[in-house]
Design a protein around this ligand. Structure first.
Ligand SMILES: *[C@@H]1O[C@H](CO)[C@@H](O)[C@H](O)[C@H]1NC(C)=O
Ligand SMILES: *[C@@H]1O[C@H](CO)[C@@H](O)[C@H](O)[C@H]1NC(C)=O
Length: 578
């Protein structure tokens, strides 16, 4: 970190301030008594809250008002089991420290280029060097990276970014609609995570402003939000829920809205998302695959019978992820999240998990799983689609978390096999990276390795790929986090050191294939030898999630302990009750 070079007096002030930060901050004392509550409010002089140029959303009439019907449980009780492995006696070692520094250097490089070439834009173009507007023009990368800056100890940059975030103007956008899901997980989650770490009051104020704007999206006849919050429709009372929306979109806003209610004391946010949870509970057993919800849902008719596709990957993913995470944020005080998680995971275990068919020498020591898709026709015939996705790699961490929180020991084992499956798939391609979507030749059952079947391989397999794969249907790697996310979470849950070596191998592969002069870029094809073509894209999750997980796995396990924090689906840490 750099100190002010101009005046020695400032050097002293800065030094005292940083010392105070160190001793008071969550990373210095890691005092367990602070869990559930943010650190004491601490206002940095450069961070000044500036209200948006208009707050029309607070005065617009609710056309479909409802009374508050859901009460938040006290934020001071936790009835759940410990998540983290007992790391007592943990010592940092030089190799781990080197690795941590390499990850931090990658972050500093990408962040530096964002500041220089794309400051306040949503994204940096990591090859050509410009800025892009992808999520409403409210500096998505900057907001998303706030808490990573804090975690990595880059406090000067943190306060520069926090000062800019405190001035964001939600009323000033050229868009006519906002993407409710993306804005909630990236912007609202980013501000709340940064507030929960730093205690900087202006960040909570900004989050509250945004929360009030996004709250409008729930003003539909059945209080189910649409995919887009369209400003004009909201003003005129014309909003309706979607008839064919991704199930994850309305159904994974719960962590952010709940945390906002916990921190502001305003229960309306929690009430709004609890109505979506009520719907999930009502409908869980009425789909074609009872226990799971389809990828696409008619939220307007609240109908889950029509759609045939079920998955843990794209479209549905974080709906399931948020069930154990909501239990964690509420201290397990409302059992319905655990109930829904258990019911859904029983179905996942029965129908969705896949074990690849591997040659004998490999099968004997490779016990891995993937999460595939399932289709159910009108006569309830179930057809598995043996396809893996980078997006579904989060399932390892989800099973691990559910297993730990609710003390379901076999789930932690399933989680580890899923996490190891994704790292195995990284190793299977010449770049050391996994494709976005790929087919696998699957065993009939996940319980034991199946014998190699040459005929099945000849008909289903792709001879250009490693044995076990049938295609690399979408061969891109777009800097996604889900594989390292699960490896990190399982490391914190099991303490198995080899997961760190796996993480390092993955990190080296990511850097080798994606690093550009400025930063890191998505690539076109992980199946090629040599350096793949870069597609000039660096989504904000590279700094918010991917590099955060790589940094945390090489950090002492008390940094963002999973017993003090729950991470939203964009890796923003929200404080849990003690
Ligand atoms: C809105 O943003 C644009 C571009 O960032 C800026 O030029 C303009 O002054 C802003 N308008 C208001 C009312 O702040
Ligand atoms: C759904 O079915 C499962 C398994 O039969 C049962 O345990 C669960 O309580 C049911 N859920 C609801 C909300 O009725």
């Amino acid at each position: 970190m750099s100190l002010d070079r101009r005046l020695p007096r400032y050097v002293i002030i800065a030094f005292v301030f940083l010392l105070a930060l160190f001793f008071l901050g969550p990373f210095g004392s890691a005092s367990p008594s602070s869990a559930g509550r943010p650190p004491p409010p601490r206002s940095h002089p450069s961070v000044r809250f500036k209200p948006s140029s208009s707050d029309w959303w607070t005065t617009v009439k609710q056309h479909h008002p409802v009374p508050l019907a859901h009460k938040l449980p006290p934020a001071t009780r936790n009835l759940l089991h410990t998540v983290q492995h007992d790391f007592s006696g943990y010592r940092d070692d030089p190799v781990t420290e080197q690795r941590r520094k390499a990850v931090r250097a990658a972050f500093v490089k990408s962040w530096g280029s964002y500041k220089k070439h794309a400051w306040l834009w949503d994204e940096l173009a990591p090859v050509s060097g410009g800025g892009k507007t992808t999520f409403g023009g409210w500096a998505a990368t900057m907001v998303d990276a706030l808490d990573t800056l804090w975690i990595m100890g880059l406090y000067d940059d943190f306060y520069d970014a926090a000062a800019a975030a405190a001035q964001l103007d939600w009323a000033n956008t050229t868009e006519t609609s906002v993407n409710l899901f993306e804005t909630t997980i990236r912007h609202l989650g980013g501000l709340l995570g940064a507030y929960d770490l730093s205690g900087e009051p202006a960040l909570l104020e900004k989050a509250k402003e945004l929360g009030n704007m996004l709250y409008l999206a729930f003003d539909t006849p059945n209080r189910m939000p649409g995919f887009w919050l369209n400003f004009e429709n909201a003003k005129q009372g014309l909003q309706v829920a979607g008839t064919n929306d991704p199930s994850a979109a309305p159904c994974s806003l719960s962590l952010e809205f709940t945390r906002l209610s916990q921190l502001t004391g305003d229960a309306k946010f929690y009430d709004a998302i609890s109505r979506v949870t009520d719907f999930l509970e009502r409908s869980q057993n009425s789909s074609r695959l009872p226990g799971m919800w389809p990828k696409l849902i008619n939220f307007q008719a609240e109908d889950v019978r029509h759609e045939s596709g079920f998955a843990l990957g794209a479209l549905a993913d974080s709906l399931y992820e948020y069930l154990p995470k909501m239990a964690a944020l509420l201290g397990g005080q409302y059992p319905r999240y655990e109930r829904m998680y258990r019911t859904a995971m029983d179905v996942v275990k029965a129908h969705m998990l896949l074990r690849p068919m591997l040659p004998e020498d490999e099968a004997s020591h490779t016990d891995i799983l993937f999460a595939g898709d399932v289709y159910v026709d009108q006569k309830n015939a179930i057809e598995r689609k043996p396809e893996g996705q980078h997006l579904s790699c989060f399932t390892g961490g989800m099973f691990g978390l559910g297993g730990k929180l609710f003390d379901i020991v076999p789930h932690v084992g399933i989680g580890e096999r899923l996490a190891r499956g994704c790292s195995w798939a990284y190793d299977a391609f010449p770049t050391g990276l996994m494709p976005e979507i790929f087919g696998i030749v699957a065993c009939p059952s996940i319980d034991k390795a199946c014998a190699w079947n040459e005929e099945q391989w000849q008909t289903q397999g792709d001879k250009h790929l490693k044995k076990g794969f049938s295609n690399a249907r979408d061969p891109r790697y777009i800097l996604r986090p889900e594989a390292i996310e699960s490896i990190f979470l399982l490391y914190r849950m099991t303490g198995k050191e080899d997961l760190r070596d796996i993480a390092w191998r993955m990190f080296e592969s990511v850097m080798r294939s994606t690093e550009t002069e400025l930063a890191n870029s998505a690539i076109e094809d992980v199946t090629v030898e040599g350096i793949p073509t870069r597609t000039d894209s660096m989504e904000s999750f590279w700094l918010a999630e991917t590099l955060k997980y790589y940094y945390l796995i090489f950090s002492p396990p008390g940094l963002i302990s999973l017993d003090e924090f729950v991470l939203n689906t964009e890796a923003h840490p929200l404080r849990r009750p003690k």
